[in-house]
Write a protein that binds this ligand. Structure first.
Ligand code: EPU
Length: 338
């Protein structure tokens, strides 16, 4: 396996930040991985497994070995009248997998169309959009422990999925590689258009009985109109998570700010739209040097060209401080900062 030294990561992160990894290697299977790790006998804290680079902000050169999965393949492992169980290599591009499902008429991931990144990275933060989350169709995952090189299969329960969270962001952080993910998809698709914008989009196209193909197209259209294309403007999607507050705190805020946006989120809790909070603080469309807040979606920070990771972080801190000052609400980054 080829290990490249002093490797530029600029085209491997959608923020387009120019940093270097001391060493970089691609792996196609477990054999490749064990060869790489044998050649470079380094500790776990000097290893990092990169997905599509679409949920990460690099703030400095990486002084270790960066690994990237090239494990490919989409394979049916079981089928019933109702469901198809599909095992997908961790290195597959997420949207290509979604398109494959939509073309086969396998339902369940169409609302997650056009999310950047790889299949292997998707369970880490339990990707979600337009009323669906990865966990809804997730069946199991195959992982490799980096210290022992032992393979393990984890069920959905074992992954501890929550809003933009899982065991892979907690106990297993930096300790494992996701080899493949198995999904349980519907052969008799049930469309989910509960998310406001999807219905609006379908209505405008006069589609009254939408198929999953229609839903996928609608989601692609909405995403493209709201979210900047990383190929044109560096970004990593939502930079912050939507904060969850108590219902009573929400009521207090609503009394003062009647247009505040919040959604019920479990018992006595409300999820606030961080984009709204940030916009109200005047940040939407603002730019400091080459770091900025997107003009159509205040939850997305952008790199206008040569921003350093530290400049994006400085901007993020300023935004967090003003949201805290105006609304007494803490907003936390959704992305990984390295
Ligand atoms: N809003 C504003 N101003 C803004 C942005 C949003 O007022 O600048 C308001 C909108 O009007 C809307 C509400 O906030 O009423 C929610 O906005 P939107 O529907 O755009 O969704 P979001 O909560 O900002 C979340 C996910 C996105 C996902 C969308 C659609 C998080 C952190 N983000 O954003 O995920 O695409 O819902 O389902 O949960 C990502 O994770 O990278 C991502 C893009």
């Amino acid at each position: 396996m080829q290990i490249i030294e002093n490797f530029s990561l600029q085209s491997y992160n959608t923020f387009g930040i120019e940093v270097k990894a001391k060493c970089f290697a691609l792996f196609r299977n477990i054999k490749d991985l064990s060869q790489i790790l044998e050649q470079k006998k380094i500790s776990l804290d000097q290893l990092f497994v990169l997905g599509g680079g679409s949920n990460i902000l690099f703030t400095q050169d990486y002084n270790g070995l960066m690994l990237k999965s090239a494990i490919n393949g989409i394979e049916i492992i079981e089928e019933t009248n109702e469901y198809v169980y599909v095992k997908v290599g961790g290195g597959e591009i997420w949207h290509n997998f979604v398109l494959h499902c939509v073309n086969q008429n396998w339902g369940g991931v169409e609302n997650l169309s056009l999310i950047p990144g790889t299949v292997g990275a998707a369970p880490i933060q339990n990707i979600g959009a337009y009323g669906a989350e990865l966990k809804d169709t997730f069946y199991e995952v195959e992982i490799l422990h980096l210290d022992s090189l032992i393979k393990q299969t984890l069920s959905k329960e074992a992954c501890k999925f929550a809003y933009r969270d899982s065991i892979f962001k907690q106990e297993y952080k930096g300790k494992i590689v996701i080899l493949s993910v198995t999904f349980k998809l519907n052969k008799i698709p049930i469309v989910n258009t509960s998310y406001g914008d999807i219905n609006k989009e379908l209505e405008s196209q006069k589609i009254s009985s939408p198929t999953i193909q229609d839903v996928s197209r609608a989601v692609c259209k909405i995403r493209s109109s709201k979210l900047p294309d990383p190929n044109e403007l560096g970004n990593a999607g939502s930079f912050f998570k939507n904060p969850i507050v108590s219902d009573s705190q929400f009521e207090t805020l609503k009394a003062k700010y009647p247009t505040i946006v919040g959604y019920k989120s479990g018992n006595n809790l409300t999820k606030l739209a961080a984009g709204w909070l940030i916009e109200q603080c005047g940040w939407k469309g603002k730019r400091i040097g080459d770091a900025g807040v997107h003009k159509n979606q205040a939850l997305v920070l952008v790199n206008y060209g040569k921003a350093k990771g530290s400049e994006i972080i400085d901007l993020a801190h300023k935004i967090q401080d003003s949201v805290k000052e105006k609304f007494s609400v803490d907003i936390e980054p959704e992305i990984n900062i390295l």
